[in-house]
Design a binder for this molecule. Structure first.
Ligand SMILES: CC(C)(COP(=O)(O)OP(=O)(O)OC[C@H]1O[C@@H](n2cnc3c(N)ncnc32)[C@H](O)[C@@H]1OP(=O)(O)O)[C@@H](O)C(=O)NCCC(=O)NCCS
Length: 181
């Protein structure tokens, strides 16, 4: 299934900051590494960006009026594991992050609602995600947004870092899901 890169929308925080939500473009990739904190994901982000151009992944960023990228969310539409994403009814959310200074302003919640509505309008029924067991704050936020824990995941995965070295991650997680429509 092929999709356009996605819609754009503006969100006004309670303290008057205007946040523009739009699809990721090539020139944003470096900003996703923050000040080097996420440099190790350089290749991973580039791969997902390439996949977004093929319509297999959707990536949105949240940008301030000054063009600073303060948030991001990635959606996998298709996966080899159909219980994660199957390209038509089930999608998978990952790499959802708001920069610390911009948290608790409603941006994350707005972005999550926006993504859910976009997916529902494209015919998706379920949105799956994994939340690390040591991240109760995020789990509570997802529960407030209607996600339910459906199991446990050992969270073993690997990626190639910015130096080309394969890194193995072990991040025990709760599997969560929400029915979108
Ligand atoms: C999880 C995360 C994306 C949430 O983003 P956020 O922009 O802070 O989310 P929101 O502001 O919408 O909601 C967070 C809290 O702020 C509160 N809030 C929402 N709007 C608000 C406002 N205008 N003023 C004050 N507080 C507000 C919400 O009620 C919520 O409270 P809760 O934590 O008690 O549920 C962010 O904390 C983050 O990036 N964390 C690190 C990465 C991470 O854990 N990602 C999830 C991986 S699965």
């Amino acid at each position: 299934m092929n999709f356009s890169l996605g819609a754009e929308v503006d969100y006004l925080t309670a303290d008057g900051e205007q946040i523009h939500i739009r699809p990721l473009v090539d020139s944003d990739l470096e900003a996703l590494e923050w000040e080097g904190e996420f440099k190790h994901f350089h290749n991973l982000y580039a791969q997902h960006y390439a996949s977004s151009l093929q319509g297999a992944t959707l990536i949105w960023v949240a940008e301030t009026r000054e063009k600073k990228i303060v948030g991001q969310v990635f959606i996998l539409l298709n996966s080899k594991q159909s219980d994660v994403a199957d390209g038509k009814s089930r999608a998978y959310l990952f790499s959802f992050r708001i920069r610390p200074q911009w948290r608790n302003l409603g941006i994350g919640g707005y972005l999550l609602n926006f993504v859910e509505n976009e997916l529902a309008s494209k015919g998706f029924i379920w949105l799956r995600l994994n939340v690390a067991k040591d991240n109760p704050h995020a789990r509570r936020m997802y529960e407030k947004h209607g996600y339910k824990v459906i199991g446990s995941d050992p969270g073993d995965w690997s990626y190639q870092d910015d130096k080309g070295v394969i890194q193995h991650v072990k991040e025990p997680a709760w599997k969560m899901i929400k029915r979108l429509r």
